[in-house]
Design a protein around this ligand. Sequence first.
Ligand code: FAD
Length: 298
Amino acid sequence: MNATIEMVKIPEAHSRSTTPPPDPNPWNADRVGCHVASTAPGAKLKNLEWTDLGVRGSRLMGDESTIAQVHPKELCDAMWSYSEQHGSNFVKGTVENLCYEDGDSERHIRGVVVDGQKMASDVVILSMGPWGEVLQQAVPACSMLGVKYHSVLMRSGRVLNEAVFFSGLGDPEVYPRNDGNHYVTGFPDPPQVVKEIPGEVEVREEMCSRLIKTMQQVSSEMAEAEVTTKQSCYLPFTRDSVPCMGKVPKHENVFVATGHGCWGILLSLASGKAMSELILDGEATSVSLEPFDPKRFG
Ligand SMILES: Cc1cc2nc3c(=O)[nH]c(=O)nc-3n(C[C@H](O)[C@H](O)[C@H](O)COP(=O)(O)OP(=O)(O)OC[C@H]3O[C@@H](n4cnc5c(N)ncnc54)[C@H](O)[C@@H]3O)c2cc1C
């Protein structure tokens, strides 16, 4: 398997920083308006910015004063840059196994096997999205599911102010970015146990064409836009669709944080903070992790 792991070693001296990043908007969040638009042949609606074809009506979900968006990679890069400056270390590799010692009734993990090599670890946090094999070594009943979504980046060059969630035509979603690209996604596959290798997830041309065709039906600007990227990825789900976060049952030093479904970007910062409190202080105080406790899987 050719997966990547984001393994972060946190030096003791920097295990908890109380200094916030200096930039007040370090994640480069953009303010956007947001509409739900229902599709059907119709005239251009006055209150919509770029959906000038095939839209029957719309409802405002929020505007620049209530809605912001982050670019997932920029968020990760900003978070990582801050962590690295504070002494964290990144190792890339595929985790194959958790290392248990013979006769260890406490299930105290000594380390993990990464690309065939044992790597000693004080604490292990399992955050492997929909890829559940290693998690199931520790929590057999917690099998993960993935919901595959395709997406395309369409470039008109103009920075749009409105994200639009369509109702009809397969309910595609459009997120404008601040570089003139527009992220278009929709048409999920059914939930499945993910067998595809991370980073090598198949992109089906027909799904991308469907997304592009839908955009051509709702916007003359999109009809002219260049398609710069076609891709697919999985939403990670537990069997009860509730995130699984906390200490792994019957284990002393293994934790899990996964299953955030379609909200993993939004919830990432709060989840990370709560998990760090749990691991470093023994209790999450910023948010209760009770509803997400992995003990529900036994
Ligand atoms: C089309 C689409 C649109 C989305 N839109 C939004 C949105 O608007 N807002 C929002 O909040 N969320 C959104 N999400 C959801 C969000 O992207 C996910 O919830 C989030 O990425 C989950 O993060 P994760 O780290 O738990 O899992 P992942 O992002 O899946 O990361 C898991 C990582 O583990 C690695 N891995 C797996 N197995 C191993 C192994 N054995 N060894 C080493 N590494 C391994 C993988 O390579 C991967 O890097 C969207 C998702 C999709 C697909």
